[in-house]
Design a protein around this ligand. Structure first.
Ligand SMILES: *Cc1c(COP(=O)(O)O)cnc(C)c1O
Length: 395
């Protein structure tokens, strides 16, 4: 029986799998049992920042697994502390909480905001249209897309979603009861849509007036992908809390909340916790990622490679105006909005050996490992142009 028949027989049907059997990865490439090679330009959805089987990550995992794999949070553990210190150094924050996943980091941040607001008469938490914060009920409560929410309600009381980048709607909706506003500086799943600087100004003004927390969801944008450690640095947002996940465990499950001590210190022992969060093997892998990021200047590399990719994709918009509408993003988080569905283009790229990802129906998403080279970017766009040349129009 084929891999795909077995898969369909075994699982809840929550995922659409790609028709590829991967047995191994190395750097920017994935390999099939027949030894066919695919250039990976989406990195397991922005997770594999150092590509596949990076020797430093592999060694960190093996070494830590041989020491201890789990002790429980009764113990202070060197890999956790080391990763926390690196995250604080890179981000300028003062406290870290480790979770297992992105949605769990969001869940924790919402809880902290609620707890912080509980002594201030504030409980409302606001998110924005098109956002993606994960699949738990807290995350869904501040999202708006029916495809994620339909049939799963009722959601958390006092939570709502406002139109993204609509300063008027924000002004109208926030008030003294607002505990927190949660946003992605560049919406990832929502189609690589950056927050507008005017919207950030309004948010800052209202935050002064009403004293609510700003939570930046940097699960996809964070850890250097945009050319800065946090995307919020590009937008002068100064969030009170930041959520991280995707790349921080080197491919192992790990999430984090970063906070200023003034907010973080409202949580006392026993108020929040997790069995697996901050698993030492995942943290050791994360240390390898952040050390490599810094020693190899990968943030600067991401900025440079992003500039190249952005300009090559902008040329596609110029040369294929019927097919390509707009390029958006920063660093190595770039979206090309098409005039039609992304899926056939993604498939045609795959058939030519390049893996990219479609999101928000019509957006090609490029979130490659941060180690991608200029040659690989040129190759990707050359193949994309070939594919676009074969399409006369989207009907
Ligand atoms: C992926 C993602 C999440 C959810 O992370 P999980 O680990 O899948 O729970 C939340 N927010 C953003 C911005 C993401 O990209």
């Amino acid at each position: 029986m084929s891999l795909f028949t077995r898969e369909a027989g075994a699982f809840f049907h929550t995922y659409k799998r790609l028709p590829l059997h991967i047995v191994r990865g190395e750097g920017m490439y994935l390999f099939t049992p027949e030894g066919e090679r695919y250039l990976d330009m989406f990195a397991g959805i922005a997770v594999n920042a150092l590509g596949h089987a990076h020797p430093r990550v592999v060694k960190a995992i093996a070494d830590q697994a041989a020491r201890y794999i789990h002790l429980s949070n009764y113990f202070a553990q060197e890999p956790q502390i080391r990763l926390a210190e690196l995250l604080l150094t890179f981000s300028g924050f003062e406290r870290v909480f480790f979770a297992n996943s992105g949605t769990e980091a969001i869940e924790g941040a919402i809880k902290i905001a609620r707890r912080w607001g509980s002594t201030r008469g504030k409980s409302s938490v606001i998110g924005f249209s098109n956002a993606f914060h994960g699949r738990t009920l807290g995350a869904l409560s501040i999202m708006d897309r029916p495809s994620y929410r339909e049939g799963f309600g009722p959601f958390l009381e006092g939570c709502r979603s406002l139109p993204f980048n609509d300063a008027g709607a924000l002004r109208h909706a926030v008030g003294p009861e607002t505990a927190a506003v949660v946003l992605e500086c560049i919406q990832g799943e929502g189609g690589i849509r950056p927050v507008h600087p005017d919207f950030v100004s309004t948010l800052q003004e209202l935050r002064q007036q009403y004293q609510f927390l700003v939570i930046a969801d940097e699960i996809q944008t964070g850890c250097g992908r945009t050319g800065r450690f946090l995307a919020s640095e590009h937008f002068a947002l100064s969030p009170d809390l930041v959520t991280l996940a995707k790349p921080i465990g080197g491919g192992l499950p790990l999430g984090a909340i970063l906070g200023a001590s003034s907010v973080a210190d409202i949580l006392q022992p026993g108020m929040h916790g997790t069995t697996f969060g901050g698993n030492p093997v995942a943290c050791a892998a994360g240390v390898a990622v952040l050390e490599e990021l810094s020693e190899q200047s990968l943030m600067q590399h991401a900025a440079e490679m992003g500039t190249l990719l952005f300009s090559l994709l902008r040329d596609c918009v110029t040369d294929f105006p019927q097919l390509c509408k707009e390029v958006r993003g920063l660093g190595l988080m770039i979206g090309l909005e098409l005039a039609g569905e992304a899926e056939p283009v993604v498939t045609a790229m795959r058939e030519r050996g390049i893996l990219i990802n479609g999101t928000d129906k019509s957006v090609l998403r490029f979130v490659p490992p941060l180690i991608v080279t200029a040659d690989e970017i040129h190759w990707t766009v050359r193949v994309l142009r070939e594919v676009l040349s074969g399409i006369s129009s989207f009907q």
